[in-house]
Design a protein around this ligand. Structure first.
Ligand code: 13P
Ligand code: SF4
Length: 311
């Protein structure tokens, strides 16, 4: 029974006792973001995990992120507050099917979004995140054929922007897929002149209206530097917490789903992590991420390729 415990103080105590670092993604609950040693996008979190000298990484994010931390820092204990914190993109891409897809296109390289399982990373050539995809794609020779998975919207966005055909795996992020173009246009009409910032996991019906398209960190940077005082944010709404902290005098409005509000765009996987579960994870050093060593080494190659090519 955790009632009566000062969770914040207990987490502080355990963080020191365990020599732990708490990493959090921008889609986590505000109280978890505020406790974290570092909050960032997928690329920044991978880099932090690779370079930390803490003994324990408590990862407030989803499973593929915690697994990435373990792949890059195998000697650390990596805990994920809720092991059920998955991702619809990872679920869309079972390794056997992805292996068959690759085998059917032997002259293609696999450029793969980090939102996938360790097995799919091991079957890939280069991993990308939304903040590194453009830099990496621009380094791949124009005549090289490419498979891009599992996010067809990010793949489609890159394809259009670079005028470059890629074979797309048909996965989507259920969160970004839920934004409604009709409701977005209604909201825009209510806030004339307010720019729209969108994550490239959004469908083209949303991206087409965006003034800025980029990763969570990119969107946060745009919020800090944009002209005007109101921004419509077409990504998971928990990132608004960091925007309000960084620029308290501006107004940030989450883009709506079909029901006209932004609550349906909360990531149900990210939302599984709570203060209680983070406390238990630090107390018990579980649930722990464990990866077979050969699989880890295979997956690390494509992640190392990303880290070398991302600026
Ligand atoms: P980034 O933070 O890298 O933009 O990723 C967004 C996302 O959907 C993570 O699951
Ligand atoms: Fe996966 Fe989308 Fe949730 Fe990110 S927001 S973890 S891509 S389901």
């Amino acid at each position: 029974n955790l009632s009566g415990l000062d969770l914040r103080a207990e987490i502080e105590r355990l963080r020191k006792e365990r020599n732990a670092v708490i990493l959090a993604h921008y889609y986590q609950k505000p109280e978890l973001q505020d406790l974290a040693d570092f909050v960032g996008d997928s690329l920044e979190l991978s880099r932090k995990a690779a370079e930390t000298d803490a003994e324990v990484i408590a990862f407030c994010g989803v499973k593929f992120m915690a697994e990435t931390a373990k792949i890059l820092s195998p000697n650390k204990i990596v805990v994920l507050p809720d092991v059920e914190a998955g991702c619809s993109l990872e679920d869309s891409c079972p390794p056997e099917k992805f292996a068959a897809f690759r085998a059917a296109h032997p002259d293609h390289i696999a450029l793969t979004y980090i939102n996938c399982s360790t097995e799919v990373k091991a079957l890939s050539d280069i991993i990308v995140t939304s903040s590194s995809a453009e830099t990496i794609l621009s380094q791949i020779p124009a005549d090289q054929k490419i498979i891009f998975g599992p996010d067809r919207h990010l793949g489609g966005y890159l394809s259009r922007k670079f005028n470059r055909e890629m074979l797309l795996w048909p996965g989507v992020c259920i969160v970004h897929e839920a934004f409604s173009e009709t409701e977005l246009l209604k909201l825009k009409a209510q806030h004339p002149g307010a720019p729209i910032a969108a994550h490239p996991e959004c469908p083209p019906t949303i991206i087409d209206h965006a003034d800025y398209v980029g990763s969570t960190s990119g969107i946060l940077q745009f919020a800090k530097t944009m002209p005007g005082d109101t921004l419509i944010v077409a990504t998971e709404p928990h990132i608004i917490h960091q925007m309000e902290k960084a620029v308290p005098n501006k107004t940030f409005i989450g883009a709506p789903g079909a029901d006209g509000n932004c609550n349906c765009n909360i990531c149900p996987y990210m939302a599984l992590n709570t203060m209680e579960k983070l406390y238990i994870a630090l107390r018990d050093l579980a649930p722990r991420i464990e990866i077979d060593e050969q699989l880890r080494l295979d997956a690390k190659k494509s992640l190392d390729a990303m880290l070398a090519m991302a600026s």
